[in-house]
Design a protein around this ligand. Sequence first.
Ligand code: 5AD
Ligand code: SF4
Length: 434
Amino acid sequence: MKNNVYIETYGCQMNFADTELVMGILKSKGYKLAKDIDEANIILLNTCSIRDNAEQKIYSRLDHLKGVKKNNPDAVIGILGCMAERLRKNLIEEKKIVDLVVGPDEYRRLPEFIDLAYGGEKGIGVKLSRTETYDDIIPYREDGLSAWISVMRGCDKFCTYCVVPFTRGRERSRDLNSIVEEVKSLELRGFKEVTLLGQNVNSYSFEEKDFADLLASCAKAAPSMRIRFTTSHPQDLSDKLLNTIAEYENICNYIHLPVQSGSNRILELMNRTYTIEHYLNLIDKARKIIPNVSFSTDIIAGFPTETDEDHLATLEVMKKVRYDGAYMFKYSPREGTKAFQMKDDVADEIKTRRLNEIIDLQQKISWEINQSLIGKEETILIESLSKKSDEFYSGRTDSNKICIVPRNDSYNIGDYIKVRINRATSATLFGEPI
Ligand code: 5AD
Ligand code: SF4
């Protein structure tokens, strides 16, 4: 039972990628990965701080883990990730069952902290680094079809609402060659798709190479794989990158481009460093350069001082861009950020109403876009059996939409196939192979 680790991951894809790093580090030191929490004596939660509700989820999980600790007093319970970085030793003081707290740049020292915890001491590692990229660590991945690779860490943008620069530190990029090698080895293992991850991938920079160079190198190195990437910042999305996406067949024509708000006044208060006019021009330009490009976005409802007029401007932008999908949130004040000093003056009922209007509009747009795909051809990667029926496969289009097709002996999970769409809801396409 000793040295059996169980990790639960919360938050963004970065955190899921970090969990694979942590597993890589621990496996190399002889730890075993438990499939089930009951088999584990080391339980780690890789946590998110982006909004208050993300943290509340962890607190209730910790309350539940009290029972585990009661049954197994020797169990080590650790908090990793953004909450570890944000709350540091307060977490250990407030939550007595927590034995170690390790932030995103100190994962190499995790085995050391676990040893301390075995000796009854509490371990805290929350130093942020300007250079740590875990370049030499091979993440532990189960066999599969899709993988993510973090190509940079941290963020220097300092959007006024966001904790990430504080929890993940300054921006730094990984060695391009090591990323390309990792993509190649994933292809050899049979992976079919990789997503390059960073808080702001467009500011990737390694020796003289930028993100467009990195994407092109990955696309060339693994021609049988689909290459995706996230997240792009509207200020840094270059023409060169758009041309690169257009040039390579295996780079998905899909850009996640968070707008956050449609009001220039709010964008300025958010320190987003672009105007809505710049943003819309960028969308137009991308559509010219990349035929069939689709977009998704992030939107925050109820930022301090947001008026109904600002909110209407956000709805207007959604109507103009017609996003394929959106992640939509209520503003949540985060201690330590610049916006935290502003009064959180939009009442919760108003935030909820605005958020619901945003969600309803997006649902309507997604439905309309999906209806317009009926009769069209799409290439999908078959990922799994459909959740609802073994008679169907579930796959994904280039633009990341789920597409259900009948199961058939002529294709299998892991194949790319061409389908014609014959039915659609706002969230799902249904197709027939051609
Ligand atoms: N409140 C609400 N949403 C936030 N996001 C980041 N910080 C906050 C916050 N304090 C959203 C942004 C970002 C996404 C990852 O989370 O939309 O793009
Ligand atoms: Fe990811 Fe941000 Fe949450 Fe950290 S706070 S896990 S970077 S979404």
